[in-house]
Structure formats: structure tokens, C-alpha cells
Design a protein around this ligand. Structure first.
Ligand code: PMM
Length: 264
């Protein structure tokens, strides 16, 4: 699955401020769908390292008009939020997926909303809040620790009534991880499949890719590398990728599936 990223934030690291009004955000989402996105992942709160939390009413003011219009157009939408009330409101408007970068830990009501709405729920691995997560990127065995911490998140969701088949896991590339740890997790994606849940990968334009490019390059110049990661993630059995440049990832995934067809 390709989740196309639609950030309606003034400060996201790679595309902040591009979709300042609802109409341009909707048009951009439509473009992502036309170029191959299966789902639009809409978020109103930046989670870049160091970001402070946004008041929930401001988050909802940003995302709800866009979300309402996308659903009206028959587009599948996921809501990228750490707030249970935003998730509940989005569920009322018809979203298909709740995507919580805190894995259901930032808001104590989130697991209950996930259970009651019975939507797909993406539980992403991170440690602490965006403001402090970089300090917590200390692991003895990155893959094993991320896997264990995801297991705890899953257990917490199950206890609160979320159905197992609704849970998608995400290693949280760039969240409480340094570049080496991000690469380790991507290299070890297969080992996350033992969790028994679909795996989502969000590597698009992230900081760890900068070292592959000339100094001073812009985040959008990381799109080719992102597309390669999409194909390799598919090869490692990932369920989905969350990307900015949908067309490049679609091409990479088409190549991967053509080669796989040829192998059979
Ligand atoms: N990354 C960001 C935001 N939301 N959600 C999931 N499930 N996985 C991610 O890796 C993820 C996310 C931050 O990136 P952005 O600022 O480009 O949206």
C-alpha cells in the first residue's frame, strides 16, 4: 500500500507550509491519488525532532475541512494524530485508519477510541515526545529493542479492546533513532514480521538519507533514495510505505512486482 503524505502544517521538515489552505491541500491529495496513492495520510501536527505539541483545537481546525472533502470524494484517508479526540472526530467523518506516532501512548484515551471505532490502527515505535526523542536514541540491540517495545504497545492495545487484526506496526524511522539505527531497522525489517502484524515503513525524505547526497541538498532530493527503500521494503514483506513522492514510489513498486512476477 502507498500512503501519500499530506501535511497541513506550517512547520513540517520537508513540506511544511506547502498546503496552507484547505483547497490546495485537497488538490494536492487528489494529485497523490492520481499518481498512485492508495490512502492519504493527513496530519496537522508536526512531529519533527524538537517540535512542541500543538493545541488540539488548532490541529482539528487544520485537518477536518480537508479530511471531510477527501472522504466526500471517496478517497481512503488515514489521520496522523496523537490526540484521541481528533481520531474520534475523524472516525465520525469516515477515515479508515488512525496513525499514531506515539503508538497509543501520548493520549490515554487513544486505545479506547481505537477499540470503539474499530478502525485500523498504526502503532509506531518511538520513545518520549518529539521534543526529547533524540536523547533517547540509545540501544544495545536496535531491532530487538524496537520489536520488544512494539510488542508492549500491541499488548497495551489488545488489553484495551483493540482487535489484533486491526493493528499495523511501524518501526518509526527517525523517531528516537540516529541514522545508523534507522539503517539497521530497514535492514532488519524481516525481523519485525514475527510480530504477526502488517508492517508500515515511513522513511520518506528523512534526515538519515542526507548522508547519501551532496551536502546542502534539499529534503525533496531524497525522493529517489526513498523510492528505492519502498521497493526494498516491499521485498522484505512490508505491508505499506508512507511517502511524499508517490509517483516515484509507485514506479519502484511496479518494478519490484514485475520482477517478482518474472521470478514466479
Ligand atoms: N513519520 C512522520 C509522521 N508520521 N507516521 C508513521 N506511521 N510513520 C512515520 O514514519 C511517520 C509518521 C514524520 O515525517 P513527515 O514530517 O514527513 O510527515
Amino acid at each position: 500500500m502507498i500512503l501519500g503524505i499530506l501535511n497541513v502544517t506550517p512547520d513540517s521538515f520537508s513540506d511544511g507550509g506547502e498546503h496552507g489552505d484547505a483547497a490546495s491541500a485537497v488538490e494536492f491529495a487528489q494529485h497523490l491519488v492520481e499518481t498512485g496513492a492508495d490512502i492519504i495520510d493527513i496530519g496537522g501536527e508536526s512531529t519533527r525532532p524538537g517540535a512542541e505539541r500543538l493545541p488540539v483545537d488548532e490541529e482539528q481546525r487544520r485537518v477536518m475541512p480537508v479530511l471531510r472533502e477527501l472522504v466526500a470524494r471517496g478517497i481512503a484517508v488515514s489521520i496522523d494524530t496523537m490526540n484521541a479526540s481528533t481520531a474520534a472526530h475523524a472516525a465520525d467523518l469516515g477515515v479508515s485508519i488512525i496513525n499514531d506516532v506515539s503508538g497509543g501512548t501520548a493520549d490515554p484515551d487513544m486505545p479506547r477510541v481505537a477499540a470503539e471505532t474499530d478502525l485500523m490502527f498504526i502503532t509506531m515505535h518511538s520513545r518520549g515526545a518529539s521534543a526529547t526523542m533524540n536523547e533517547r536514541a540509545v540501544y544495545r540491540n536496535t531491532i530487538a529493542e524496537v520489536r520488544t517495545e512494539l510488542e508492549l504497545r500491541i499488548a497495551h492495545l489488545l488489553v484495551q479492546g483493540v482487535r489484533s487484526e486491526r493493528i499495523i506496526v511501524d518501526p518509526g524511522i527517525g523517531f528516537a533513532k540516529n541514522a545508523d539505527q534507522d539503517w539497521e531497522l530497514l535492514g532488519g525489517l524481516r525481523e519485525l514480521r514475527v510480530l504477526g502484524h502488517p508492517v508500515l515503513v515511513g522513511a520518506s525524505r528523512k534526515r538519515f538519507l542526507a548522508a547519501l547526497l551532496p551536502a546542502g541538498s534539499k529534503p525533496r532530493e531524497r525522493d529517489a533514495a526513498t523510492a528505492v527503500i519502498s521497493a526494498l521494503a516491499a521485498d522484505a514483506g512490508a505491508w505499506g510505505v508512507r511517502v511524499h513522492d508517490v509517483a516515484a514510489t509507485k514506479a519502484a513498486l511496479d518494478v519490484w512486482s514485475a520482477m517478482n512476477g518474472a521470478k514466479r
